[in-house]
Design a protein around this ligand. Structure first.
Ligand code: RTP
Ligand code: MG
Length: 157
């Protein structure tokens, strides 16, 4: 896939082009705790995305800090990493045409109050931190995030 250092993708340049992509999804501890795994997976599958890998994990604080290292200077970093290591989460590799954008649209705005109707965060998010789901935001971060949790044997083709 064409990708410049400015983050411009072929999809941005030529919107009618579709690409099969993979993205890393997390059903966060707030949603697992409330028994929403099946509900959120159903929404994912109904959106047309395919689950290629999946497992339940309980991150240590250090693992959560590593995953969210990009946010380490942000004021919410301590709260976020405490929350993400507070209980089990489900991590999944999703695949489909434009999977990164499709899944981010399905998740909705980071703040559930600002999220569009029928998105995961609008329906199930509790607040801007405990917002039930994570999705990669670009091809490079998707590749890095998938590799953080999965090896090749754990992803079906
Ligand atoms: P994510 O990475 O989890 O898919 O969410 P996102 O792109 O929509 O949001 P991002 O800016 O990357 O923030 C990562 C996660 O940090 C928590 N957060 N808390 N307290 C706050 O103001 C705040 N802002 C963000 C959320 O859990 C957010 O999803
Ligand atoms: Mg993000």
């Amino acid at each position: 896939m064409f990708r410049s250092t400015a983050g411009i993708t072929a999809q941005n340049i030529c919107p009618e082009v579709t690409m099969t992509e993979r993205t890393l999804a997390i059903i966060k501890p707030d949603a697992v705790k409330r028994g929403l795994v099946g509900t959120i997976l159903k929404m994912i599958e109904e959106s047309g995305l395919t689950v290629r890998g999946m497992k339940m994990i309980h991150m240590t604080r250090a693992q959560a800090e590593g995953f969210y290292a990009v946010h380490k200077e942000r004021p919410f970093f301590a709260g976020l990493t405490e929350f993400m290591s507070s209980g089990p989460a489900v991590v999944a590799v999703l695949e489909g045409e434009n999977a990164i954008a499709v899944y981010r649209e399905l998740m909705g705005n980071t703040a559930p109050a600002k999220a569009a109707p029928d998105t995961i965060r609008k329906l199930y998010g509790l607040d801007v931190e405990k917002n039930s789901c994570h999705g990669s935001d670009a091809p490079l971060t998707a590749a890095t995030e998938i590799a953080y949790f999965f090896n090749n044997l754990e992803i079906s083709s």
